[in-house]
Design a protein around this ligand. Structure first.
Ligand SMILES: Nc1ncnc2c1ncn2[C@@H]1O[C@H](COP(=O)(O)OP(=O)(O)OP(=O)(O)O)[C@@H](O)[C@H]1O
Ligand SMILES: [Mg+2]
Length: 548
């Protein structure tokens, strides 16, 4: 808990019984102290729920207080006192279990960044009027779909690559100019992992940074700006199940929070709508230039608030439209600290040999295989034992070719079978196929249905496609999660449905490849029916096209 508070720049002032009091903005003030405090509160709640299942009640209050500068909080001396502190205590005792209440000044200072719901006013002793209160729900800058936030394996190597990313972010801030870093490498080499490490480094830093992430889908044409759509939807808090009106209202709010000029915000909103799946797509022909300008302005406004990281995952699947836009963005953003990070398999460079070339603010980082030594370290860490039979070890190092995903899959196979033959599959795909072959038939079928839906899927879809009981689906998915084939997302973009993702896209690809041809069409048809029943037909039209 102390760590959560300090990570956001707070100081733990004292423990009173089972209560903790922390101070933000004293002795050193930041302009965004109220937001830091609320974010710390959200983090504390998350930690409490995850690690111990104990409950917390939290309140955040903002105002002027008497600060004793010479106090030593570590020795239990009080640092702050005053009405603001007393009111905070009242709010805290009125907070619901696992709820976070904030007072008016905090609410005003943070409602751009934090989503609140109304709460009834709180009666406070010694105050004539009740204290108005809001309940913090979540940070508006929720992460887009499909960001792995934690890995239970240690990172080996890649110090320089990570340093380069951190330095590029710092440089974008020093120069207030965009930086583009493209991470290039074969499947499983560690591009996405490096992004997660960058996110971790930012989290540990003392600065608030906006992180927006979108991925390109392997279906090719039609879903060209999907990645931008994910960023916009995440910013506005739009769910896939929101009806068009609701989605439009959220988008309007989000844009107005960013841009005060109403002519400008209306113009931008009209161009963001198609990205969020509201209204028709008008980005073809000569309207494209205007759309690009509007989108760029949107990201600029985000960057004006605070440093911004835009992540484009799997850019090798992006079509020319998106590649052109990323190019445009990096060329034309000005006077804002924006780091654009893209990941791509090497195909991107065969398609666009000049990608990033000729720009002073662009770099391509190609991820080379891990050394044998690093691979061995990774395997040992994963196995939690130090020795493999020598012939297995050397076969492994040879086959893995420095690919960490191969090493991981090997270890899981070893764990599942308790032994392994020195005769290992040739490729990452091969070793994944071997693991899938070892699954019970029902699980294999379930994974195949999931693969039909995509990298990200929902339990309801699997129930529909395979005519299964929901509870059966959930149980099976739990088992597959334990085998680390899939992972459950903490938040779902479809209301009322658990969202899952394949741990790795290659698992999805291999599962998909194993579907008998005769049943593919039928499974796609049922997946399409399920998607069609979600909120917004236009937004899902492209996804549907892939299934029909
Ligand atoms: N340096 C590393 N140390 C430890 N584990 C790693 C490292 N790099 C990658 N891994 C692990 O290997 C697996 C594959 O990595 P990742 O998903 O980042 O690959 P990728 O390059 O994004 O592949 P793709 O092109 O298919 O998206 C992950 O589970 C990741 O945790
Ligand atoms: Mg990846």
């Amino acid at each position: 808990m102390r760590a959560d508070i300090e990570r956001f720049g707070g100081t733990v002032e004292k423990f009173i019984g089972d209560a903790v009091m922390a101070v933000f903005g004293a002795p050193v003030a930041h302009e965004d102290d109220p937001e830091r405090a609320v974010r710390a509160a959200l983090a504390v709640r998350e930690t409490a729920l995850e690690d111990g299942g104990f409950q917390v009640r939290v309140a955040v209050n903002t105002g002027e207080a008497l600060v004793a500068l010479g106090a030593h909080p570590a020795e239990g001396e009080a640092m702050v006192a005053g009405d603001v502190v007393n009111t905070a205590a009242r709010l805290q005792s009125a907070a619901p279990a696992n709820g976070i209440l904030v007072g008016e000044q905090t609410y005003r200072a943070t409602d751009r960044a934090i989503e609140y719901r109304d709460h009834q006013s709180v009666q406070a002793k010694g105050k004539a009027a009740p204290v108005v209160a809001w309940e913090a729900v979540q940070a508006r800058s929720r992460f887009g779909v499909d960001v792995a936030r934690s890995y239970n394996t240690p990172l080996v190597g890649r110090e320089q690559e990570l340093e380069l990313l951190v330095a590029a972010l710092a440089r974008s801030q020093d120069e207030r100019a965009p930086q583009l870093v493209t991470l290039v490498g074969v499947p499983g080499i560690g591009k996405s992992r490096l992004l997660a490490e960058l996110l971790g480094a930012i989290d540990r830093g003392d600065q608030l940074v906006t992180w927006r992430q979108g991925r390109s889908l392997p279906y090719g044409e039609g879903v060209s700006y999907w990645a931008l759509g994910e960023m916009v939807k995440a910013q506005a808090g739009i769910l896939e199940t929101d009806a068009p009106d609701e989605a439009a209202a959220k988008l309007g709010d989000a844009v107005r929070r960013l841009l005060s000029d109403s002519t400008e915000s209306t113009w931008i909103e009209s161009h963001l709508k198609p990205l969020a799946g509201i209204g028709a797509d008008e980005t073809t022909g000569d309207r494209r230039g205007e759309a690009f300008a509007a989108w760029r302005r949107f990201f600029e406004a985000l960057g004006e608030q605070r440093p911004l990281v835009l992540v484009f995952e799997d850019l090798h699947w992006a079509d020319d439209g998106l590649l052109d836009f990323v190019d445009h963005l990096v060329d034309w953003l000005s006077d804002v600290p924006v780091l654009v990070v893209a990941t791509a398999r090497p195909e991107l460079l065969s398609r666009r040999p000049a990608w990033g070339g000729g720009k002073a603010n662009a770099a391509i980082v190609s991820l080379s295989p891990l050394s044998d030594d690093e691979t061995a370290r990774l395997v040992h860490a994963l196995l939690e034992q130090s020795v493999l039979p020598a012939e297995v070890q050397s076969a492994l190092l040879e086959r893995a070719g420095g690919n960490p995903l191969y090493a991981e899959e090997f270890v899981r196979m070893f764990g599942e079978r308790g032994r392994t033959d020195a005769d290992l599959p040739e490729s990452v795909q091969g070793i994944i196929a071997a693991r899938l072959d070892g699954l019970p038939g029902e699980d294999k079928e379930l994974l195949q249905d999931a693969a039909v839906v995509g990298k990200v899927f929902w339990s309801g879809a699997l129930a529909e496609i395979g005519h299964r009981e929901r509870s059966v689906v959930e149980d099976r998915l739990h088992a597959l999660e334990r085998r680390e084939l899939v992972r459950r997302e903490r938040r779902s973009s479809v209301a009322g449905e658990s969202e899952y993702a394949f741990r790795h896209l290659l698992v999805r690809d291999v599962a998909y490849g194993a579907i008998p041809r005769a049943t593919r069409a039928e499974r796609h048809r049922r997946a399409a029916e399920w998607i069609e029943a979600l909120g917004r037909p236009e937004d899902h039209a492209d996804l549907l096209a892939h299934h029909y």
